[in-house]
Design a protein around this ligand. Structure first.
Ligand code: PEP
Length: 251
């Protein structure tokens, strides 16, 4: 841990109707009220309004799981930053590996979405990470470098106040396989070095999260690593007690 404020974000993925979202958040709100980390829930679009209403006046911020690069127009199935902001969203996940592998997201579209998100005033949680084959092939760092250079291309250092990076090894997402503390720290430290090459000293201020089967039993070790400033949490964010324990890590 460092003096960068930790951000723990839940990624609910395609889970929770409005009714279930309400139940989960009502349970979560008192459990995390005294958290020192920034707490974020990235919920399905249909639950954003409910989540924003319920968390008003609490320490929980609400985010989406994607955002369009365009202002408006013929983009069937997309959602604009203005629409998200209108509902009260503050964060948007961009370039999650599930979007990259199943929905054709590329570093170029990640870059366009990120620029639009931050221009409109959302905080972008930009996801990067290698597959198992890439790790086994010894190319983790070059994969991360390509994703960083492509996804964060032509964004001035001053805009990195509105960017969070989530390092998420694809092989650890939803698999129960977690990166060791050392593997996660090495990749996150590498990410910060690449950011420094891009934006100089500002890289020291950027929050870099780890994501990939982070849960109550491994969060403390991961958060104790000097470069890991937070977590992006899938499965463990769907149960209030589990997510609250992650949020209230001790490092
Ligand atoms: C994620 O979806 O970003 C994620 C890290 O999922 P899980 O925690 O379930 O591995």
């Amino acid at each position: 841990m460092t003096n960068r404020k930790p951000i723990i974000a839940g990624n609910w993925k395609m889970n929770n109707t409005k009714e279930n979202a309400e139940k989960l958040l009502k349970e979560l709100i008192p459990l995390v009220a005294d958290a020192t980390a920034e707490v974020v829930v990235c919920v399905p679009y249909t639950a954003i309004e409910t989540a924003v209403k319920l968390t008003k006046g609490t320490n929980i911020a609400v985010g989406s799981q994607n955002v369009s690069w365009a202002d408006s127009g013929a983009f069937t199935g997309e959602i604009s930053a203005d629409m998200l902001l209108e509902l009260g969203a503050k964060y948007a996940i961009i370039g999650h590996s599930e979007r990259r592998t199943m929905f054709g997201e590329t570093d170029e579209t990640v870059n366009k979405r990120t620029k639009q998100a931050i221009a409109k005033g959302l905080i972008a949680i930009v996801c990067i990470g290698e597959t198992l084959a890439e790790r086994q092939g010894g190319i983790t760092e070059s994969v991360l470098k390509t994703q960083i250079l492509g996804g964060l291309k032509d964004i001035p250092a001053s805009d990195f106040d509105k960017i969070v990076i989530a390092y998420e090894p694809v092989w650890a997402i939803g698999t129960g396989l977690v990166a060791t503390d050392e593997q996660a720290e090495a990749a996150v430290a590498y990410t910060r070095r690449e950011l420094a090459a891009l934006i100089g000293k500002k890289a020291n201020e950027v929050c870099i999260q780890y994501g990939g089967s982070m849960n109550a039993s491994n969060v403390d070790g991961l958060m104790a690593q000097p470069n890991i400033d937070g977590g992006l949490i899938g499965g463990a964010s769907l149960k209030a007690v589990d997510f609250a324990r992650v949020v209230k890590f001790s490092a």
